[in-house]
Design a protein around this ligand. Structure first.
Ligand SMILES: [Ca+2]
Ligand SMILES: [Ca+2]
Ligand SMILES: [Cu+2]
Length: 340
């Protein structure tokens, strides 16, 4: 019957419309988030790495940002609610690895494994030096950060690690949030301080105080853990920056929404730059990479100095690493003014 069919079709359309409306309005929880007010800042540095040059003025709308890195506990809630399986837990697709026997394709992630012998300082920065302290460990994942047998017990408040960009993206979507653009991330990291070298000022350890979970000692063998932590630390173990957000320097690297190109700053939009449309890493041509920011517990001035808010890093979006996690942001209305 014509009418019935029409009604059913109309009903379907209404349902679809409601689903779309729902999608657009999916609420996020501002609990645990901080409002970063709209403003302008000087992005980049004229010292250090070429890809962070030149300093250029960027204007941003205000946004909400997670006060801390996403923890194991929080990520666990997402997994429980959705049944999502992270990239590190999926068996690699033989299509992506021609020439590798299928029996060798095991799910896993890349785990920091200090080499048996110290590496001379002059060799640390060599192109492929990192292969000496990273190891692909089958069975390693966010649930088993050091591989099978390791657990999250006692690490509920530590940042989740071994999350690929796609995993972080899926979490953000589920939470009604998104990953920060690289510009938002740096703006927030600087905490309102103009042109400072660190998120808290211009001195690495003011009055001898460690301000972030980084690496002390002769990387990668000697780790004196002067800051109290050998690997990851519970989120918020160090002082917040001027915006009230934690661990923007060190602890774990944080995924950004942007693709990576080394020359984006030379010609990027002055307002809300969204990142380039394609990716290029001169060290690995042909491999598209996303930006990561902030450095990790493995960063030291001896090697990378990446705990500076200007420092850029790039990683392929399917890669999980034991020093990399993320946090989310969301666009929305600022909090209501407090009553006097
Ligand atoms: Ca440390
Ligand atoms: Ca961090
Ligand atoms: Cu580093």
């Amino acid at each position: 019957m014509q009418t019935r069919r029409t009604f059913i079709a109309l009903f379907g359309l209404v349902c679809l419309w409601m689903a779309v409306a729902q999608e657009a309005k999916r609420p996020f929880d501002t609990k645990g988030m901080v409002w970063i007010p709209a403003g302008e800042f000087q992005m980049g540095t004229n010292k250090g790495e070429e890809d962070a040059k030149p300093i250029h003025k960027v204007a941003l709308d205000g946004f909400w940002m997670d006060a801390h890195e996403v923890t194991n506990e929080e990520f666990g809630r997402f997994i429980k609610a959705t049944g999502y399986v992270t990239i590190a837990e999926r068996k690699p697709d033989p299509k992506d690895f021609p020439g590798v026997p299928a029996s060798e394709l095991k799910a896993g992630a890349i785990v920091f494994t200090p080499p048996p012998r110290p590496i001379p300082v002059q060799q640390l920065r060599a192109h492929n030096a990192f292969l000496q302290w990273w190891r692909y460990v089958p069975g390693a994942s966010w649930r088993h950060p050091e591989g099978p047998g390791s657990t999250l017990r006692g690490r509920e408040k530590h940042p989740v690690v071994h999350v690929a960009w796609y995993d972080a993206f899926a979490y953000a979507k589920w939470a009604g949030k998104r990953l920060p653009t690289e510009a938002e991330w740096e703006y927030a990291a600087r905490g309102g301080l103009a042109g400072n070298e660190f998120c808290w000022g211009n001195e690495l350890t003011p009055k001898g105080k460690q301000m972030a979970n980084t690496w002390q000692g002769r990387f990668p063998v000697e780790n004196t853990a002067n800051d109290g932590f050998r690997l990851t630390a519970p989120v918020g173990s160090f002082p917040a920056n001027g915006y009230g957000i934690f661990d923007m320097s060190g602890n774990v690297w944080e995924w950004c929404a942007d693709w990576y190109t080394p020359d984006y700053y030379k010609n990027s939009p002055a307002k809300n730059p969204p990142g380039p449309k394609t990716s290029h890493d001169p060290n690995e041509p042909g491999v598209w990479k996303r930006v990561q920011r902030g450095g990790s517990f493995m960063c030291t001035d001896l090697y990378c100095g990446a705990f500076r808010p200007s420092h850029r890093m790039k990683t392929s979006p399917d890669t999980g690493l034991s020093h990399a996690g993320f946090r989310c942001v969301a666009s929305g209305f600022p909090p209501p003014p407090k009553n006097p």
